[in-house]
Design a protein around this ligand. Structure first.
Ligand code: UDP
Ligand code: MG
Length: 150
């Protein structure tokens, strides 16, 4: 299914370090379709909702203040297997274990400053897209589709 969608977010360190264009380029050049994008400051309540499943972790408080420490760039990307492939493009959670060639492998060092978020499953992607884009995404026909899919 080429209309699978995932929620991708450039975290405050990624924005501050000038990685926005680089990260967008990696998803776009792969052939995925950008369906929504906005830059925004994140409230504590919203960050806590996004990471609700991690609320019992010892790093939760630090994670929430990291996410609120500057603007993020929130995006929805679409394409065949985009959730799984997006996670591969991003790399392992801890940059120390992320392969070179992945975003985290190339651009960061510590787990608490790992520059980007990507949904981990189709269900969580749909939940996160609803949370970050309650206004909906842009519906349009990507003109290169026939050059990307058989
Ligand atoms: N995180 C952290 N310390 C840890 C594990 C995770 O600070 O020991 C942060 C890190 O920014 C990570 C986020 O919490 O990206 C969410 O954790 P998750 O396990 O969902 O990793 P992800 O899905 O982002 O790879
Ligand atoms: Mg996660």
């Amino acid at each position: 299914m080429s209309n699978e969608r995932t929620y991708i977010m450039i975290k405050p360190d990624g924005v501050q370090r000038g990685l926005v264009a680089e990260i967008i380029a990696r998803f776009a050049r792969k052939g995925f379709t950008l369906r929504a994008m906005k830059m925004m400051n994140v409230t504590k309540e919203h960050a806590e909702k996004h990471y609700a499943d991690l609320s019992s972790k010892p790093f939760f408080g630090g994670l929430v203040s990291y996410m609120c420490s500057g603007p993020v760039v929130a995006m929805v990307w679409e394409g065949k297997d985009v959730v799984k492939t997006g996670r591969k493009i991003i790399g392992a959670t801890n940059p120390a274990a992320s392969e070179p060639g992945t975003i985290r492998g190339d651009f960061c060092i510590e787990v608490g400053r790992n520059v980007i978020h990507g949904s981990d499953a189709v269900e969580s992607a749909n939940h996160e897209i609803g949370l970050w884009f309650p206004e909906g995404v842009c519906e349009y026909e990507p003109c290169a589709k026939a050059w990307i899919y058989e």
